[in-house]
Design a protein around this ligand. Structure first.
Ligand code: NDP
Length: 342
């Protein structure tokens, strides 16, 4: 689309994700453009604005956030703040008459998720949770193959998403800001992507969480969480997430006559898909190669398309709420040491 017809985005929170991934990704967008910035740091605001050609009067502090209402260039507010701020800024953004793209996890509780959904409905604005994996071509390919039962019925999923995290002062290690530890931050990818690929909702979970009591990083939030999900078709998913091991993020989906293994499954790039299929006695392994896309550009252009074509986005607020409900059940199960039905 020509620049004047593209959907205008206000970026809220100029942290790591916004500066390193989202703002540069606009360069690969065809339907979206950055038009406003919101930040608590005036010097950074000015510097980033000049870098991306944002007008000085389209730069706001958090105190001035509600003034976005009077900025006709802004159609979408993209919230890239600490998790505890997602609910408030979504609700105020919808009240300012803007569509909302909200980073994952949607919020820190299912009650907050529900309030966000209600506020966007009331304001008649669209709400999309930024589940970039839904728009990533390798994961979409696996989903298609699984939905077609290409190698027979799916039986078992094994998924993990782990990274190491070092700064105990960062909001990710403060429960009031992060909501939890490894689970809502990175374990969420295993949960959400498994649901996305299978197209089923778990009916029961069993969870296990642990934090090293001597490590200051994990005084407030869990270091590791592992959990199983039981699905109505009989599929069991075994998932795990860790905040204190070297990066590893992949899954294997096992079916009656084959498997799909996606390395770097949840990373910004570098997905590597291996499949194995048995034809009688012969087992064939293959690497599947798909042209990658900038995940952030794809996601933003998808949301812009939803606005231009007046259609509902795939990753709605209800989708974020469902993940939050399941995470709450996983924590409950870990606390009580028993399976929890959903
Ligand atoms: P950062 O800590 O790097 O950035 C958060 C920004 O929020 C800060 O730079 C700051 O911006 C603003 N902020 C406002 N109030 C506070 C506060 N009290 N404490 C700290 N920061 C504050 O976080 P990330 O960019 O890594 O994460 C932001 C969100 O994006 C999270 O919800 C996270 O889960 C999500 N995320 C999603 C990813 C994905 O792949 N979809 C990947 C990484 C993160 P300023 O200085 O401009 O005010």
């Amino acid at each position: 689309l020509p620049r004047d017809q593209r959907i205008g985005y206000a970026i809220v929170g100029l942290g790591h994700l916004a500066l390193e991934e989202v703002l540069p990704a606009f360069g690969a967008c065809k339907k979206s453009k950055p038009v406003a910035l919101v930040s608590g740091n005036p010097e950074k605001l000015q510097k980033v604005a000049s870098q991306y050609g944002i007008k000085p009067d389209s730069c706001y502090s958090y105190e001035q956030y509600d003034k976005l209402k009077d900025n006709p260039d802004v159609q979408v507010i993209y919230i890239i703040l600490p998790n505890s701020m997602h609910a408030e800024y979504t609700i105020r953004g919808a009240q300012a008459g803007k569509h909302i793209l909200c980073e994952k996890p949607m919020a820190n509780s299912s009650a907050e998720c529900q309030a966000m959904i209600d506020a966007c409905k009331k304001a008649n604005r669209k709400l999309m949770v930024a589940y970039r994996i839904h728009y990533e071509p390798y994961n979409r390919y696996v989903r298609e193959q699984i939905r077609k039962n290409e190698y027979g019925k799916t039986k078992f999923v094994d998924a993990y998403n782990c990274q190491s995290s070092a700064n105990p002062k960062h909001w990710r290690h403060i429960k009031a800001l992060a909501g939890g530890g490894a689970l809502p931050d990175i374990g969420l990818y295993c949960l959400n992507t498994t649901r996305f690929i299978l197209g089923e909702e778990p009916i029961e979970v069993m969870g296990y969480a642990y934090s090293d009591p001597n490590n200051p990083l994990f005084k407030e939030v869990e270091e590791v969480c592992s959990w199983q999900m039981k699905f109505p078709s009989g599929i069991i998913a075994n998932c795990a997430t860790h905040y204190n091991v070297h990066d590893s993020r992949q899954y294997r989906i096992m079916t009656e006559r084959g498997w799909y293994e996606l390395a770097n499954a949840y990373a910004y790039s570098g997905q590597k898909l291996t499949t194995s299929r048995a034809d009688g006695q012969i087992v064939r392994q293959e690497n599947v190669s798909i042209t990658p896309k900038n995940q952030f550009a794809t996601e933003m252009d998808y949301f812009s398309e939803c606005i231009l074509d007046e259609k509902a986005p795939y990753s709605t607020g209800e989708e974020g709420l469902q993940d939050q409900r399941i995470m709450e059940a996983i924590y409950q199960s870990a606390r009580e040491g028993r399976p929890v039905k959903l």
